[in-house]
Design a protein around this ligand. Structure first.
Ligand code: FEO
Length: 135
């Protein structure tokens, strides 16, 4: 069983964004597997760095859609993205510098922000973007 299995309740009904979210789930699961199987710091650091980079590009794509289609919740959503991106970068930097190790607390933090952000914030733009024809 995956650490965070995909479920239709996380779907935003926009395939391109669902695919990105599924990839993020997959990366968190890969990181969890790496931790459980005692992979080297280099391997885990590489997966974590990829997760942070992919998160940044995913956020940028959503922000482009919201701006392009004048979604009224853009500013609040962007602020949440910026906060999350900073937290994820802090996790990476603390891991890389040896300040923290990858633990279940870190994994739970990554899981929580992914779940909460999708369910509480991403779902807010769904109706607006679908009405604009985003697929
Ligand atoms: Fe799917 Fe707002 O991140």
């Amino acid at each position: 069983m995956a650490f965070i299995p995909w479920d239709e309740k996380y779907s935003v009904k926009i395939k391109s964004i669902d695919d990105q979210h599924k990839k993020l789930f997959g990366m968190v699961n890969e990181l969890h597997d790496s931790m459980l199987h005692g992979k080297s710091k280099e391997v885990m650091g590489k997966v974590l760095a990829e997760l942070v980079n992919y998160t940044a590009s995913h956020f940028a794509i959503e922000e482009d859609y919201m701006k392009k289609y004048a979604f009224s919740g853009y500013d609040a959503h962007k602020k949440e993205h910026d906060d999350l991106a900073k937290q994820a970068t802090d996790v990476l930097n603390n891991f890389t510098s040896g300040k923290t190790v990858l633990s279940m607390a870190v994994m739970d933090f990554l899981k929580d922000w992914l779940y909460k952000h999708i369910l509480k914030t991403d779902l807010l733009y769904v109706e607006h973007l679908i009405a604009k024809g985003v697929k």
